[in-house]
Ligand binder design. Sequence first.
Ligand code: FAQ
Length: 310
Amino acid sequence: SEADLEHLFDRTIADDARIEPRDWMPDGYRKTLIRQVAQHAHSEIIGMQPEGNWLTRAPSLRRKAILMAKVQDEAGHGLYLYSAAETLGADRADLTVKLIEGKQKYSSIFNYPTLTYADVGTIGWLVDGAAICNQVPLCRSSFGPYARAMIRVCKEESFHQRQGYELLATMMRGTDEQRAMVQESVNRWWWPALMMFGPPDDKSPNTEQSMQWKIKRHTNDELRQRFVDMSMPQAKALGVTFPDPDLAWNEERGSYDFGEPDWNEFTEVITGNGAANAERIANRRAAHEDGVWVREAAMAFAARNEETNR
Ligand code: FAQ
C-alpha cells in the first residue's frame, strides 16, 4: 500500500541508504530534486560561456589547451546531470526549453562578465572552489544517480580549482601589472562567489525540507562559512586580499567572521537582471536553434539503425 511505500522511503532516508529511480518517492522529493539537478545541469552548460570568452585569446598554446579541456569538462558535467534528471522522469529537451524561456534558473555566478584573462584563474580558484565546497557533501545526497554523478564531477572540479590557483600563482610571480590584474579580478568575484551558496538560511525556503530528505547535507550558511575558512589561507599564500573589511579570525568560533553579501544584487541577478543574463540566454538559445539539424540527423540515424537491427 501507499503507506507501506512511504514507510519504506522514510526508513531508507533514516538509514542513510540511497533512493533509486524505480523506488517510490514522495512527489515533493521528486519535484525538488528535478528542480535542483536541472538547475545544476543548466549552470554547468551556461558556465561554459564566461570562460569560453577567453578561448580565442588565451596567452599561450598551453593555456588554451588547458582552458579548452576545462570548458569541455563542464559540458560533460551538464550531460551527467541532465541524465540524472531524466531518471526522475524529466525530459532533457523540455528542461532546455525551460532554461531558454527563463522558467528555470542557473547559478547566479555565471551572470557576471569575464573582463580580463585573470578572471579565468579566479573562476577556477574561487568559483570551482565554491562549487566543490557545495558539491562534495552532495556525493552523499540521498538520491543515487545524483550522488554518483557528483563523485566524478567533484574529481574534475578539484582539478579545475588547482588549475585556476596555479594560473593566478603564475601571474603573481609576474609583473606589478599582472599582480594588479589578479587583485582586481579577485575583488570583483569574491562577493558573487559567496552568493553561489544561496540566500541566508532564514531566507532559504527549500533548505529545511531538503535537509530532512538528505538531498542537501548542510545549510547554505554552513557551506558559505566553510568556503570562507578554506579560502583565507589560500589568499594569504597567493598574496591577495578579499574586499571585505569585516573579515577577521574569530578565535572563539575557530572560524573567520565576514560581512554580508549584497542580497539585493543577488535577487536582481537571479531574477534575470544581472550584467550578463540576457547575453547568456541569447547565446544558449542561438546554440540550441543552430543545433536543430544535428539533433534531427542524430534522431534519423538512430531510427534507421533501429529499423535495420530489427
Ligand atoms: N543562483 O531555498 P534555496 C558549477 C535559488 S557550480 C541562482 O536556498 P536550494 C560548476 C534557488 O534555486 C554552480 N539561484 O534553494 C562550474 C531557489 O529558487 P527556486 C551550480 C539560486 O535549492 C564552475 C531560491 O533561490 N551548482 O556550475 C542560487 O535549497 C565553473 C531559494 O534558494 C549547483 O547548482 C544561486 N546561487 O539551495 C561550472 C549546486 N541560490 O528554484 C562552470 C547544487 C539559490 O525555488 C565553471 N545546488 N537560488 O526558484 C544546490 O546546492 C542548491 O540548489 C543551492 C540552493 C545551494 C544552490
